[in-house]
Design a binder for this molecule. Structure first.
Ligand SMILES: Nc1ncnc2c1ncn2[C@@H]1O[C@H](COP(=O)(O)OP(=O)(O)O)[C@@H](O)[C@H]1O
Ligand SMILES: [Mg+2]
Length: 286
């Protein structure tokens, strides 16, 4: 976290306040992220950004949602503000708050406000983790109004053309009763990122893990076996991330067996019975 801030004068209910906002450089994606598209998501996202429509990215854990959004921000040449959502996140955490600064009161922008000021891509990661009362603040930003009312400043910010709201969530966890209301979700254009096709996933593993193509294909085949186990009680199949980890262990000299045991079998479940099932499926391929 940089301590550098941009300071300007603002007005809160007619009184002058110091406004502190993180500088845009903090949010620029400088290096092009490596991203292999699964389908037409790059095209859909680009058009949604052009049409100023907010984007919802659905998919299980570790299939490239965050990487995709980072790659798109870079491609569109827009800064990226990421917020990892959780239950304790409050509306003020997002929007900002007053701080007593010596004699003076200063307003410190939260990430949402900073993103609006900078015309950034605002990425709310795992948005179903956030409470509903927190998400109320994004409503006027997600429809045609594209504005952020900041009650405590008595001000309304209008989002510049570059501002784009993006949220991701894992539909597998939706049953936990926290699912998105229709009035929220129907404002968004949705992109589904599932487990990638074998060829795409192998390509990701070669680059991200540094394994040869044959090893990559083997890992992908193992993953294919393990992803069919929902009916056997495996709630979350292995995402690409777990395969990247297995691949890195292999690339650094660990045996395929040990790597799969460490990065797949033991991480995917604590149940010994289920681990036995996973182990057998790994052995089928190795
Ligand atoms: N399509 C892809 N292109 C490049 N890397 C990918 C892709 N999908 C997954 N990965 C790899 O998997 C890891 C996890 O992806 P991430 O975007 O963090 O997943 P998610 O946000 O869906 O949980 C990334 O760090 C990257 O190594
Ligand atoms: Mg993510």
């Amino acid at each position: 976290m940089g301590l550098r801030v941009a300071v300007s004068r603002g007005v809160a209910y007619g009184r002058a306040v110091r406004v502190i906002t993180p500088p845009v450089e903090e949010f620029v994606v400088t290096r092009e992220p490596f991203y292999v598209p699964q389908g037409d998501e790059v095209e859909v996202f680009s058009h949604a950004a052009g049409a100023r429509l907010p984007v919802l990215i659905k998919g299980p854990t570790g299939v490239g949602k965050t990487r995709f959004v980072t790659a798109m921000a870079h491609r569109l040449g827009r800064p990226l503000v990421t917020v990892a959502c959780h239950e304790d996140l409050s509306a003020s955490d997002l929007v900002g708050r007053f701080l007593l600064d010596g004699e003076e009161t200063a307003w410190v922008d939260g990430p949402l406000t900073a993103a609006v000021r900078h015309g950034a891509v605002l990425y709310l990661d795992e948005v179903v983790e956030a409470r509903k009362d927190t998400l109320v603040v994004i409503h006027p930003l997600s429809d045609d109004r594209r504005m952020l009312p900041i009650d405590r400043l008595g001000a309304v910010l209008h989002a510049p053309p570059g501002f784009l709201l993006v949220m991701s969530y894992n539909p597998g966890y939706q049953s936990v009763l926290k699912d998105l209301k229709p009035s929220t979700r129907q404002r968004f254009v949705a992109i589904d990122l599932g487990y990638p096709d074998p060829a795409v996933e192998a390509q990701v593993l070669v680059t991200e893990a540094g394994v040869d193509f044959v090893t990559a294909q083997r890992l992908v085949r193992i993953a294919g076996n393990l992803r069919n186990l929902a009916d056997r009680g495996l709630e979350d199949g292995p995402g690409t991330r777990t395969l990247v980890h297995a691949g890195r262990l292999i690339a650094s000299g660990l045996s395929v067996h040990a790597a799969c045991e460490a990065a797949l079998v033991r991480t995917l479940t604590d149940s010994h019975d289920l681990q036995d099932t996973l182990r057998a499926l790994v052995h089928d391929v190795v």
